[in-house]
Design a protein around this ligand. Structure first.
Ligand code: ILE
Length: 385
């Protein structure tokens, strides 16, 4: 039965191939969180990657050869990320866009590095990601250049801010990295960090931390955590009476927190590495497609995942022009692809980007948005000047 099905499928594919003259697609792996709490962030990456797949295939893929994204769900932990990477590498993808979290990247990227498979981190912003190895680069600007913008914006909105409370998820590598940047920025701006509170991304009750924050009489709260915990923390801060400004870190940068903090999400400031208003032609196409399907503006995580796929596509096109991709040995192609990625420059929805020789991203434009809630469920990110 199985064999018969396989034969039928093979024959079907064969005749399709002959009839359509479609070459075997080039497979690019996408390993992000499609399940677990981390999927609050990962879902947007799946959407961005798929839009890119469609867009670039409509353009003819890699000089006539279509691309195919191969998805592997990392789930919410390191073991899942490692497993997803291993499966993709074994399946023969040319490179991997992923994973969702830096916490997962520190565990899974070394696997790709050893196998010499290029990785583009779509959202891994902790310090030290490109330094994991030669095959690891990212299209997500590091926290050190993104996060300070939110603090500066808060001071623009309220120049009288003096006392700051900082909270962070101590079991998440990115949150630990981000709070370091936030605390340094606060001090550089001559603010007093009067209390630093820790929590876990798995926590749901933040009474202890909120009590400490309220007792410290602060004008600004800065949170580094992920979407579910971060959203709950905001909600509990508001419910227990905190009235001042709140900065949310990159882990709260999704409209998926609206269902967690509801109306209490209103006013949160979040730094952005992407703006739907970015004027480049490809961004305008991306925004149009995204709006048509989802009736709202695309979020940062979707734009970055789109960019990850785009960088692979453009680097592959370059290689293919010199020597057809189907004539390469897979190991050689992966190594060549890694080199091509690092020397290129790309017009993406994030603006024009390139990489330094370690695989760190060069990006110029950054923004800050403020959440505006319309009711308990619906809201938007308003970009500030
Ligand atoms: N930027 C973070 C990280 O590096 C999260 C990505 C928020 C979704 O882990």
């Amino acid at each position: 039965m199985k064999r018969a099905t396989l034969l039928a499928v093979t024959l079907g594919l064969f005749s399709f191939t002959v009839a359509q003259k479609v070459a075997t697609p080039i497979e690019i792996g996408v390993a992000v969180a499609q399940t677990s709490n981390v999927a609050l962030l990962g879902q947007e990456q799946v959407i961005g990657a798929r839009l890119a797949e469609k867009f670039f295939n409509n353009q003819g893929g890699i000089n006539g050869t279509p691309i195919k994204l191969v998805f592997q769900d990392t789930g919410g932990d390191e073991a899942g990320a490692i497993n997803a990477f291993q499966n993709l590498i074994r399946d023969g993808v040319v490179g991997i866009v992923g994973p969702t979290l830096s916490q997962h990247a520190f565990a899974a990227d070394p696997i790709a590095e050893r196998a010499k498979v290029p990785v583009l981190g779509p959202s891994n912003t902790a310090k030290g990601i490109p330094q994991i190895g030669d095959f690891i680069a990212r299209v997500s600007a590091p926290v050190a250049v993104v996060a300070p913008n939110a603090v500066k914006q808060a001071l623009k909105l309220d120049p009288d801010i003096k006392r700051v409370a900082v909270l962070y998820a101590q079991n998440d590598a990115f949150s630990v990295s981000e709070t370091g940047t936030f605390q340094e920025t606060a001090k550089a701006q001559k603010l007093d960090v009067v209390t630093v509170q820790k929590f876990q991304t798995t926590d749901t009750d933040f009474t202890t931390q909120v009590t400490a924050v309220l007792g410290a009489k602060v004008d600004l709260v800065i949170i580094s955590g992920l979407a579910a915990d971060g959203g709950n923390l905001v909600k509990q801060l508001r419910q227990l009476g905190y009235k001042g400004l709140i900065i949310g870190g990159n882990g709260l940068n999704t409209s998926n927190i609206f269902s967690v903090c509801g109306r209490d999400c209103d006013g949160i400031l979040i730094a952005q590495a992407y703006s739907p208003q970015q004027s480049g032609a490809i961004n305008q196409v991306f925004v149009k497609e995204y709006r048509a399907q989802y009736k709202k503006d695309p979020p940062q995580f979707a734009a970055q995942a789109y960019t990850g796929v785009q960088v692979f596509v453009e680097a592959l096109r370059k290689i293919d022009r010199k020597k057809k991709l189907n004539t390469w040995d897979l190991d050689d192609l992966r190594a060549e692809l890694n080199k091509a990625i690092l020397v290129g420059s790309y017009r993406t929805p994030l603006g024009v980007i390139s990489f330094d020789k370690e695989g760190e991203l060069n990006q110029k434009e950054f923004y800050v948005a403020q959440i505006k809630m319309k009711d308990a469920r619906n809201g938007s990110f308003v970009f500030l000047k």
